[in-house]
Design a protein around this ligand. Structure first.
Ligand SMILES: [Zn+2]
Length: 276
């Protein structure tokens, strides 16, 4: 392998519950893309179960990287996030101090090299972390070519997912959705970044068409992804356990239903309609 070869990284940015885990598996259906799940979670909870069924720290894929003690960038401390957000809103490019204790480039490079040894076809690594701060951190490293996919879900579905899980989920989901999407959009615009936008309902209802759209963005053919995905072995240690289970036992197809109406009251739906 040449010394100065860049790393091609696909990064999924977006809000929580935007279907990024599923999209990660679908993109990883082809041999050209190695899906790694949410890399920001790498140092968190190393006992988490990987899609291969083993604990992350002893999984045949991840074990090595835990032994080599890589530290990945996760997110800023709250105040720093706040300051960065203000800057993005004001249309400024944010400058970050390089994090001396993180070694994402070495980490990605090791994965890239190992993966290419096993599979000559691999061209991209895929990180589904979603987080804007991690994206902006990765973009600072010029040896990483980041290909940005921005996933969006509708306001109702996102808020419903929060209300299912959190006591103040309605407000939390609403604010998080509005602020994060606004920040991502502003950030992409201010920095003039090439990206593609994928709506999560399109992944569920028009998977073939949506994957082909992504294929032309990445210059990868997704024509036959529904068959290819069945033969792929994934080592992903993040995201919704149900999605994980679906892939551990073999791909069952995409569940089409989005049951947000069950989780929101008529009043809540009305309130959201004012802001949609
Ligand atoms: Zn594994």
């Amino acid at each position: 392998m040449q010394k100065d070869k860049n790393i091609e990284l696909i990064y999924i940015v977006g809000t929580s519950y935007s279907g990024s885990t599923l999209l990660g598996f679908l993109l990883g259906a082809v041999k050209k893309v190695e899906t790694l799940g949410e890399l920001k979670m790498f140092n968190r909870n190393i006992h988490r179960i990987c899609t291969c069924g083993k604990e992350s720290s002893v999984c045949p894929f991840w074990q090595k990287y835990y032994q080599e003690e890589y530290i990945v960038f996760d997110r800023h401390a709250f105040l720093k996030q706040f300051w960065a957000a203000i800057n993005i809103f004001m249309g400024k490019k944010i400058k970050q101090d390089y994090f001396k204790n993180t070694n994402d480039y070495q980490f990605l490079k090791a994965i890239y090299q190992d993966t290419q040894q096993k599979n000559k076809e691999v061209r991209y690594l895929l990180d589904t972390s979603k987080n804007l701060w991690r994206l902006s951190y990765l973009l600072q490293n010029k040896e990483i070519n980041v290909h940005i996919i921005y996933t969006k879900r509708d306001l109702y579905g996102t808020v419903a997912s929060y209300t299912k899980r959190y006591r103040f989920g309605f407000l939390q989901g609403f604010l998080s959705y509005k602020i994060k999407n606004l920040l991502v959009e502003r950030f992409l615009k201010v920095n003039n970044l090439r990206h593609t936008i994928i709506h999560s309902k399109d992944i569920r209802f028009r998977p073939q068409e949506t994957m082909e759209k992504l294929g032309s963005f990445l210059e990868v053919s997704y024509e036959n992804f529904q068959n290819q995905i069945k033969n792929r072995i994934f080592h992903v240690r993040a995201g919704n356990p149900n999605t994980r289970k679906q892939f551990r036992d073999g791909f069952q197809g995409i569940r089409k239903k989005d049951d947000w109406r069950q989780h929101l009251s008529a009043f809540q739906i009305w309130v959201l309609s004012l802001f949609d």
